[in-house]
Design a protein around this ligand. Structure first.
Ligand code: SF4
Length: 383
């Protein structure tokens, strides 16, 4: 089947714009794409677009086969109080805000136990940068959960939380990571990367760690054998060049450490954010959100450009389950998690819900002729 698929793609390539055909042939012969190649692919339309998606799906099949994985997990956003004021974020609140909250350890534990009872193998724990919280509090959260639920995987604390949480108590990045790892932290979400370009960061998240610091935190985690995921927040004010530069940084880190478990493209949900409501409107920036075809190109190009990643995950909360299902046939191979609660995208205006059942995920995957398999956070197959 794979050989027939390859032959059909090769036939298709012969009728394409020769430059695009040459780039796709490079991918099919396992050659690394350049930044320029990826930018060209980010612009394709018509038959070239179809060839791009077929090639991405073929590469996915040769790399990871027909299994589509998913994880039973629960998000716990333990505080929404945050001083960072990222312009793309509608989740964070000032501590005086009536909607501000800070979960107690008991409340966090209650949610963790509920998740465990529902079959969760992972807790994804992240919060705002709350001035009253530091890395010792993160340590306390981890230890309290592990005491009650020693087998649950704790995937938690973004690079920004690691940085601020450690700085407050005078610990280096490495010592903060060691503190949390020794408490039981199993892996880290590679969020807070947004777009790894300092000029963009100055506009959309001026108070966050800069590119070099983000890279240092991630590489240090990998050196300490703490795996991380990685993401991109695209579809706002970044250029295609900046998107591809971001992917190139991730590819380079993966070449050095092999510490990324997956890549998750996150399409920007603009509606309730300052970035959309103030900056873009006030500056007459012609903007809505990434179009569906932009999302398609992002997934397919990621599969080809990130040749050293096995796993590309769809974000059903941002894309909706129907588009997420489609993303599985253009390069992606992981459906992400059940989540059980979700606050970040919902606050920004997403309407796709907070929970998707394992049965629904299985139906979505079976319907495209692939094989649903539950996995652990680090991609061990469970069923
Ligand atoms: S993205 Fe994170 S750090 Fe930035 S404002 Fe929102 S909660 Fe705070």
């Amino acid at each position: 089947m794979t050989q027939i698929q390859l032959k059909k793609i090769e036939q298709l390539l012969s009728g394409l714009d020769p430059r695009i055909a040459e780039i796709l042939e490079k991918s099919l012969s396992n050659k690394e794409l350049s930044r320029e190649d990826a930018i060209q692919l980010m612009n394709v339309r018509n038959l070239e677009l179809s060839a791009l998606t077929l090639t991405a799906d073929y590469i996915r099949k040769t790399k990871v086969g027909d299994i589509v994985t998913y994880v039973i997990n629960r998000n716990i956003n333990f505080t929404n109080i945050c001083i960072k004021k990222c312009k793309f974020c509608a989740f964070s609140k000032n501590k005086e805000d009536p909607e501000a909250y800070n979960l107690t350890i008991n409340e966090i534990l209650k949610r963790a136990k509920e998740a465990w009872k529902m079959g969760a193998t992972e807790l994804c724990i992240q919060g705002g940068i709350n001035p009253s919280v530091d890395a010792y509090y993160y340590e306390k959260i981890i230890k309290s959960i592990k005491k009650e639920l020693p087998e649950i995987h704790i995937h938690g604390f973004s690079p920004q939380e690691i940085y601020d949480g450690g700085t407050k108590i005078g610990l280096s990045i490495k010592d903060t990571l060691c503190l949390l790892r020794d408490a039981g932290l199993d892996s880290i979400p590679g969020t807070a990367s947004e777009i790894l370009d300092n000029e963009i960061r100055k506009i959309i998240c001026p108070n966050k760690v800069d590119v070099n610091t983000w890279i240092e935190i991630i590489k240090t985690a990998h050196q300490l054998k703490i795996p991380t995921t990685c993401t991109i927040l695209y579809g706002h004010i970044e250029t295609l060049e900046q998107r591809v530069k971001h992917l190139e940084i991730l590819r380079q880190i993966q070449n050095e450490t092999s510490g990324f478990t997956e890549f998750v493209p996150l399409t920007f949900i603009p509606w309730n954010t300052t970035l959309f409501q103030n900056i873009m409107a006030l500056n007459n920036i012609n903007f809505s959100e990434a179009t569906g075809i932009e999302d398609v190109r992002m997934y397919a190009v990621s599969r080809l450009f990130l040749h050293n990643f096995d796993n590309i995950q769809v974000s059903w909360v941002k894309l909706g389950e129907k588009f997420a299902q489609y993303a599985l046939i253009i390069g992606a191979n992981d459906f992400g998690g059940t989540l059980m609660e979700e606050n970040i995208s919902k606050s920004a205006g997403a309407t796709y819900g907070e929970y998707i059942s394992p049965d629904r995920i299985k139906k979505i995957i079976l319907d495209i002729g692939r094989v649903p398999v539950q996995r652990s956070t680090v991609y061990e197959l469970i069923q």
